[in-house]
Design a protein around this ligand. Structure first.
Ligand SMILES: NC(=O)c1ccc[n+]([C@@H]2O[C@H](COP(=O)([O-])OP(=O)(O)OC[C@H]3O[C@@H](n4cnc5c(N)ncnc54)[C@H](OP(=O)(O)O)[C@@H]3O)[C@@H](O)[C@H]2O)c1
Length: 332
């Protein structure tokens, strides 16, 4: 058997991480201990949150330590098991880390059914991405039929699913994305009602034109200036869902929304959430999302990069350069 190539955190990045942030280390493939399972990783999830996990600051999860395998969600196949619930050949998902072979406690792994969808979809629409869109829009955003929903990062992993769920629920869905090509994808392939290209200039006038009844739910993936602008268009009792703020992740200081008093004027609320808060309800979301996929109501778009573990630093940069359409996945 060959070695296990791992990508470990070598230094805390300032700004955008690059190759010098990581080191590639090869070590012998280990055997699982009692209660553990070995997984051969087939695909890894690329997440903007990875940037935050590299900072040594208090957060919802401890930072990745220097010298530790970079944290990542993955899917793969069981190659050895000392856990009664898992057998060799099972296909699973869990926090495998950026490495070719992961040893994990059985309790930290979930079996997936690839008769429903291909493995990478369990990192996207049927994984954390889909769960985030589902609970963020329907629970935190409480989107209802007839309402206007605006989604930033609309061509990305979470945004593309959030906007489609809004349409399934009978809302008007307006996306915001970078570039004409992405906007065309959002409207033509995902079925949003319209999409604003924020790179084409000031989005304020376009937003006003496209939201004559203002914005009932803003699902925010990017923060910064776009959040600040959408705050000026809120309807009465609007809900602003703080899912993420990718525009701020590589900044030394986070830029806050100066227009926050719009919340008072509109009697609106702004609420952040973490998908993990909904862990006890993942099954409910998976059944509903899986049903919409099977019925053809939901398009699942994965953007698969064939770079292996060594390609991780470059693949991560793609997210921050906005080069992905749909869920960015690294093939190991
Ligand atoms: N709360 C939770 O539990 C949770 C869970 C998962 C993800 N999230 C958050 O959800 C958001 C989306 O994550 P994702 O996995 O779906 O990533 P993604 O949207 O697939 O990829 C990132 C996209 O962000 C956009 N972007 C990059 N830099 C930007 C900037 N400076 N300003 C505006 N847009 C920028 C790019 O699209 P454009 O080309 O359109 O700019 C890029 O394609 C992130 O903020 C993430 O942290 C939150």
């Amino acid at each position: 058997m060959s070695d296990n190539l791992q990508c470990r955190l070598a230094a805390r990045p300032v700004g955008l991480p690059d190759a010098s942030t990581f080191e590639m280390v090869s070590e012998p493939i280990a055997e699982p201990g009692e209660g553990e399972v070995r997984v051969e990783t087939s695909h890894l999830s690329l997440d903007p949150a990875m940037r935050g996990w590299m900072n040594d600051v208090p957060s919802y999860i401890p930072p990745v330590a220097i010298g530790e395998v970079m944290r990542a969600g993955g899917v793969g196949r069981v190659t050895a098991s000392k856990h009664p619930k898992f057998s060799v050949g099972d296909e699973v998902t869990g926090l495998t880390g950026v490495q070719e072979h992961a040893i994990l406690p059985g309790e930290a792994l979930f079996k997936v059914d690839t008769s429903l969808a291909p493995l990478p979809t369990f990192l996207g629409t049927l994984g954390m991405t889909g769960m985030t869109a589902y609970f963020g829009l329907l629970d935190i955003g409480a989107a209802k039929e007839g309402e206007t929903v605006v989604v930033s990062g609309a061509a990305g992993a979470v945004g593309s699913v959030a906007g489609q769920i809004a349409k399934i629920k009978g809302c008007r869905a307006i996306g915001i994305a970078g570039g004409q090509e992405k906007c065309a994808f959002v409207v033509d392939e995902l079925g949003f009602d319209a999409c604003i290209d924020y790179k084409a200039g000031d989005i304020k006038a376009e937003l006003k034109r496209l939201t004559p009844d203002r914005v009932d739910v803003y699902f925010d993936n990017v923060g910064g200036d776009i959040l600040n602008t959408v705050l000026t268009r809120l309807a009465m009792k609007a809900r602003v869902v703080i899912c993420g703020a990718i525009s701020q992740y590589n900044e030394a200081e986070t830029k806050g929304p100066s227009n926050y008093m719009a919340l008072l004027v509109s009697r609106a609320r702004m609420e952040g959430f973490l998908v993990f808060d909904f862990a006890s309800r993942y099954r409910e979301a998976a059944i509903e999302l899986g049903g919409w996929l099977a019925e053809g109501k939901l398009v699942s778009k994965e953007d698969i990069v064939d770079g292996g573990v060594a390609g991780f630093p470059d693949a991560l940069q793609k997210l921050f350069r906005g080069e992905n359409v749909g869920k960015l996945v690294l093939k190991v």
